[in-house]
Design a protein. Structure first.
Length: 279
């Protein structure tokens, strides 16, 4: 056996930058009621009208909603912005159950709470979120995937004595192969219901580091760290899609984030996974 004791080698990093807050989905409190309605956001909540800050006509229905807490009926039907936001968040939590039925279902509740109370501070690192990302990567080690590309290049270098794992040529070849693959995302059919599709779905930034590499007489193993970051926020390009706009959950989310009567900030979500590759 021989061991290459090199410093952490950066194998790949997306063009998207870490902690990038310049994107539209990271904007907040920037749209008026007229601008929001022009995007098709007219019917937002079943309980309150955020534009007029009043209860809707179905106040009896409102009083029967068990998930609304901390608010009381008013004779004039009006609500303060804080009361309205609280009702919208409670309704958002209730609606999230449609997308979160599996083992990761509690994550979206944590994210909504973070959105409501943490004023845009980064979220992470969550052991459950890391575990779900690790499971995603382990399920995608074959075919035209990121980890499969890394494994294939390592096998090629191990089988050729003129080549060295960890060299600049090796890193170049790994990056070239990865660019031809699809980076992992939570976009499988099951992710629509297990809580991950609604919690993360797309992954904005990824960085892949080889921590070490060991070669044996009959094989090799490498420790790979994959760091990732997503944006818990909605952009115009999201809410104008028919799929997003058809669900009240996303309409409420966009209003809470972008309406200039509220001040709830989107945030970055950090997670990572350590993977051992062998060959």
């Amino acid at each position: 056996m021989y061991s290459i004791d090199f410093p952490c080698e950066l194998l790949f990093q997306t063009k998207n930058r870490i902690n990038d807050t310049s994107t539209d989905d990271m904007r907040h409190s920037d749209l008026s009621d007229l601008e929001l309605q022009s995007l098709g956001l007219n019917d937002v909540s079943t309980i309150v009208d955020p534009y007029s800050m009043t209860f809707k006509d179905n106040t009896i229905k409102y009083l029967n909603y068990p998930f609304i807490t901390g608010s009381s009926f008013k004779d004039d039907q009006s609500v303060t912005p804080d009361e309205c936001a609280s009702i919208l968040f409670d309704e958002m939590r209730e609606l999230s159950g449609t997308f979160a039925l599996g083992k990761y279902k509690n994550l979206i509740g944590e994210m909504i709470n973070h959105f409501q109370h943490e004023d845009g501070r980064p979220y992470g690192y969550s052991a459950l979120l890391n575990r779900s990302f690790s499971a995603l990567l382990r399920a995608k080690q074959y075919g035209n995937t990121t980890l499969a590309a890394i494994k294939k290049v390592i096998n090629e270098y191990v089988s050729d004595r003129r080549k060295h794992v960890g060299s600049q040529d090796f890193i170049w070849d790994v990056r070239t192969r990865i660019l031809k693959t699809t980076l992992p995302k939570f976009n499988d059919f099951e992710d629509r219901f297990n809580g991950m599709g609604i919690t993360v779905h797309d992954i904005y930034f990824q960085r892949i580091v080889m921590l070490n590499f060991r070669r044996y007489q009959m094989g090799w193993e490498a420790d790979i760290l994959v760091e990732a970051q997503d944006h818990f926020g909605l952009g115009r390009e999201d809410i104008t899609k028919k799929l997003y706009q058809s669900f009240r959950f996303f309409r409420i989310w966009f209003i809470l984030q972008r309406y200039n009567c509220f001040s709830f900030k989107p945030f970055v979500t950090n997670f990572n996974a350590s993977i051992k590759l062998t060959g």
